[in-house]
Design a protein around this ligand. Sequence first.
Ligand code: XMP
Length: 179
Amino acid sequence: MRDDIERVLIAEEVIEKRLDLIAGEIERDFPEGTLLVIILLKGALVFAADLLRRVARPLEIECLNVASYHGGTSSSGQVDFLDRRFPEVKDRHVLLLDDILDTGRTLHAVKQRLTEAGAAAVHTGVLLAKDKERSEEVEVDYTGFRIGDEFVVGYGLDYQGRYRNLPYVGVLKGEIAGI
Ligand code: XMP
């Protein structure tokens, strides 16, 4: 698996230090009470698990399955909600976590659904944000790292279902990603 990686973009220790800082910001920013964290599956799983264990606040976790990539290396442009049940968010302060901000469509669509469902506030956090023009402008409250506009894997991010368990963020060799 590691032989398929051209280069490590963000090392594990660097991610860990950044998560310490973001967790501190979350603890300071959210009002008293239990916050509701919504994790977008599957990409944000690893990021969320490592981040939330650093947040010393009462919180509840919900997960949402949304799809926009359908296995390739570019967004399909359509955001599909795959769950039959939508979390109860009315009057809750929500922290929405995703792995990466690319076109912005996913976070925009989910944030809109949460707002329509009556959330008191929706804050957003991503491990990575690609430096590019977005189809949908969406404000992100917590960003781990800004990266160039290239396809990355690891630390939750996949290519055709693989590489999510790499402990770092890396760039796939061109011949593997077929680019
Ligand atoms: P949008 O375009 O809606 O994209 O902001 C968000 C979702 O697209 C996936 N994505 C990636 N997945 N490597 C990946 O493994 C990437 O470089 C990448 N860029 C976008 C991801 O699922 C994210 O939630």
